[in-house]
Design a protein around this ligand. Structure first.
Ligand code: C2O
Ligand code: CU
Length: 478
């Protein structure tokens, strides 16, 4: 096992320098005329995750690359992608965060039959909302995502804001052995009962990053997508004042991140606008400070020696046009309580590997391999299950999500976006639309939405190991 991200990164420092632009996902096109058709082949591949100084890593990929190819469409278009399964096990593809008909949602045994090895499946639907989304399997998710199956999905606004560059960083986290192989301890019960599978190697767009080249004066739109199994990021762009313009693809009133850090749990996205206001030739580290005992430098922002592109920052608006979700009526909404319980006890709310005490009862469950996490008292076990919540279609609903555990959970609902209207009973300032809400230990979050999309929708923690250990259920809208 590699020691820490930090030592690994300094080891890599010596030989390697590349521009991230060069590792941006490449658009994959079928020969068909429609530019919004894509082919995704789920297949094993070997990639240079950790850089030239290390052996290539065997991964599971889409089209031989990690992350998978960028799927890019324009708001209102029809998106079609064909998935070909060249793995040895069944799979599906879920388009995370997009609102679509239930049958296209990619959940095995719930919305479709799994795609067996050698089979193909075609996903096709209209994309109602602009934003940053991503795709990933919903079969054996912890291992399939953990071995590399995921990719970015960008839906462009009809009238985008003015920026010099629109860049996507797919953030991933890998647990590698000393020869850069993926550690095969999937299903590790310690991960399941604690913080999930935290890795030791963080990549941006599939490479251990070194430098992000910028030019003084430019305005960059940076879309961050967290495709990790379990790692939460708390990014500090020292020397810059990024503004958040979208959470989970959905426009929000532009604002600087509370506490100066951009916090991003698994599956979450944030769109930033950053004006490169410093002088040529300077360099600034981007530091991840989420886990206090384990801060590390993610990447350096490096200014070229070119003269500034402009003398003062652009003044055009960075407010994104609104998307198409119906506005929930809070007053007359139906109210529901959801409690999340389980996991190992720990005094450490940061949830780091190796920390935390083990309690007796939990130990028994860990050994038996039974569900360690519950939603309203039920651990998800079989593929087919009674809904944990039935929502009347067309009505507004407020769900109070209570995290009664000692760990963070990014809670995701399929098929809808919701407003986060309160935390611990206090109104949120931006009433942000999200599809995945990060809830701190012992915290409660109120989410509100109109249940306008009929079907059985998965509702789960997006820490893949928690999901696999029971933290999932079905919300039925009918
Ligand atoms: Cu990213 Cu069930 O989803
Ligand atoms: Cu969780």
């Amino acid at each position: 096992m590699l020691n820490t991200i930090v030592s690994r990164r300094s080891a890599l420092k010596a030989g390697l320098s590349f521009s991230l632009a060069a590792s941006m996902p490449v658009r994959s096109l079928l020969a068909a005329p429609k530019k919004t058709e894509f082919l995704l082949r789920a297949e094993p591949a070997r990639v240079a995750l950790a850089g030239k100084a290390h052996p290539n890593t065997s991964v599971w990929s889409y089209n031989g690359q990690v992350p998978g190819p960028e799927i890019r469409a324009r708001q209102g278009e029809r998106l079609k992608f064909i998935v070909e399964n060249r793995l040895d096990e069944e799979t599906t593809v879920h388009s995370h965060g997009l609102r679509m008909p239930n049958a296209m949602d990619g959940v095995p045994h719930v919305t479709q039959k799994p795609i067996m090895p050698g089979e193909t499946f075609t996903y096709e639907f209209d994309v109602p909302d602009a934003g940053a989304y991503w795709y990933h399997p919903h079969s054996n998710s912890a291992e399939q995502i953990g071995r590399g199956l995921s990719g970015p999905m960008i839906v462009e606004e009809r009238e985008p804001i003015e920026v010099d560059r629109d860049i996507t960083w797919v953030l991933d986290d890998w647990r590698l052995t000393s020869n850069a192989a993926i550690s095969d301890d999937f299903g590790n019960r310690m991960d399941a009962g604690m913080a999930g599978r935290l890795g030791n190697t963080v990549t941006i767009n599939g490479r251990v990053p070194d430098a992000f080249q910028v030019r003084a004066g430019e305005r960059i739109r940076l879309r961050l997508i967290n495709t990790t199994n379990a790692r939460i990021f708390g990014l500090d762009f020292g020397g810059h004042r990024p503004r958040i313009i979208a959470y989970d693809g959905q426009p929000v009133e532009p604002h600087e991140p509370p506490g100066g850090r951009i916090v991003l749990g698994p599956a979450m996205r944030v769109d930033l606008v950053i004006d490169m206001t410093n002088e040529p030739k300077n360099s600034f580290p981007v530091v991840d400070r989420f886990y206090p005992s384990q801060t590390y430098k993610l990447i350096d922002v490096v200014y070229s020696d070119k003269p500034p592109l402009r003398n003062s920052p652009l003044t055009s608006s960075i407010r994104l046009p609104v998307n198409t979700m119906p506005e929930p009526g809070i007053e007359r909404a139906l109210r529901h309580e959801i409690a999340f319980r389980g996991g190992m006890m720990s005094g450490m709310s940061g949830g780091m590997m190796g920390g935390g005490g083990m309690m007796g009862g939990m130990m028994g469950r860990m050994m038996s391999g039974k569900g360690m996490w519950t939603i309203n008292g039920v651990a998800f076990e079989g593929p087919v299950m009674e809904p944990l919540l039935k929502l009347e279609r067309g009505r507004s609903h407020v769900l109070t999500l209570r995290n009664e555990t000692a760990w963070y959970h990014p809670i995701h609902l399929h098929g809808h976006s919701f407003r986060v209207i309160a935390r611990n009973g206090r109104k949120t300032r931006y009433r942000e639309w999200q599809d995945t809400v990060l809830i701190a230990p012992r915290e409660a979050a109120d989410i509100a939405f109109v249940a306008d999309n009929p079907g059985d929708w998965m509702f789960h923690c997006h820490i893949a190991e928690h999901l696999a250990a029971g933290m999932m259920g079905i919300v039925r809208v009918s």
